[in-house]
Design a protein around this ligand. Structure first.
Ligand SMILES: Cc1cc2nc3c(=O)[nH]c(=O)nc-3n(C[C@H](O)[C@H](O)[C@H](O)COP(=O)(O)O)c2cc1C
Length: 208
C-alpha cells in the first residue's frame, strides 16, 4: 500500500499558501493511490525539540551504552526517521524564512540526519542509508526565486533541502517553487490567479 508522509511547516494554518498547495498535492495523490495512507507531521503544532547534550551523547554511543536520558532525547529522532523510512513519498511544504528553512524545519532535519542510522562515513566517503522514498518540496516565498530570476541565487532553501535529503539517501526530489506571494499581499494578483497554475503543477507532481 502506497504511503505519503506530509511535513507541514508554516504556522499560518489554513491561510498558509504552502499548506494549501500541499493539500492539493495530498488530495490528488490520494485519488491516484486508492487505499494509500497519508500521514501528516505538523511542525507548527508539534514543534521538534533541539539537539541537546543528551541527544548527542546518545547518538554517538552504541545502543547498549545509551542511558535512559540518552534514549529519551533520541525518541523523537527515532520516530521522525521511522516515518520517513516508511514513506514512499515525503512531501515537505514550507515557506522561505530569511532565504532558508524556518527553524522548526531545521530542527526536524537535525533529528533526521543521524550518523550510523541515516548516513554512514566510510573509506569511500559518506553514504545515505535511507532507500526507497522520493521527495517533493513545495516552497512559498514573497519573492520570485524561479529559474532566470535576478534573485534566484538568494534561494538557499531549495539547494539545502535537496542536499540534506540526498545526504540521507533520498536523491529523487521534485521542487515546486511558489514564489511571489507578495504579489497577492500587495494586490497585484488575486490569490485565485496565483494559485491556479501552481495547483495544476502540484496535481501533476502528485500523479507523476
Ligand atoms: C520571518 C519571515 C521571514 C521571511 N523571509 C523571507 C525571505 O527571505 N524571502 C522571501 O521571499 N519571503 C520571505 N518571507 C515571506 C514568506 O516566505 C511568504 O509570505 C510565504 O508565502 C509564507 O508562506 P505560507 O503562506 O505558507 O505561510 C518571510 C516571512 C516571514 C514571516
Amino acid at each position: 500500500m502506497a504511503s505519503l508522509l506530509k511535513i507541514d511547516v508554516s504556522p499560518r494554518g489554513d491561510a498558509s499558501y504552502s499548506r494549501q498547495l500541499g493539500q492539493t498535492f495530498a488530495e490528488s495523490w490520494q485519488a491516484a493511490h486508492a487505499g494509500g495512507t497519508v500521514t501528516t507531521r505538523d511542525l507548527a503544532k508539534q514543534q521538534p525539540t533541539y539537539v541537546d547534550l543528551q541527544w548527542i551523547a546518545g547518538a554517538y554511543s552504541k545502543p547498549e551504552d545509551q542511558t535512559a536520558e540518552n534514549k529519551s532525547a533520541l525518541k523523537l529522532s527515532d520516530d521522525i526517521i521511522a516515518e520517513v523510512k516508511a514513506a514512499d513519498t515525503v512531501l515537505i511544504t514550507t515557506p522561505m524564512y530569511n532565504f532558508q528553512v524556518p527553524a522548526v524545519l531545521k530542527a526536524w532535519i537535525d533529528h533526521l540526519v543521524r550518523a550510523g542510522v541515516t548516513f554512514s562515513m566510510g573509506a569511500d566517503g559518506y553514504k545515505g542509508l535511507i532507500s526507497g522514498p522520493k521527495a517533493v518540496l513545495i516552497v512559498t516565498a514573497a519573492g520570485d526565486y524561479g529559474a532566470g530570476s535576478p534573485i534566484e541565487s538568494y534561494d538557499l532553501l531549495t539547494p539545502y533541502v535537496k542536499h540534506i535529503l540526498g545526504f540521507v539517501g533520498i536523491t529523487e526530489v521534485e521542487v515546486l517553487k511558489a514564489g511571489n506571494t507578495a504579489g497577492i499581499q500587495y494586490g497585484k494578483i488575486s490569490a485565485e490567479d496565483w494559485k491556479k497554475p501552481l495547483d495544476e503543477k502540484a496535481k501533476s507532481l502528485a500523479t507523476a
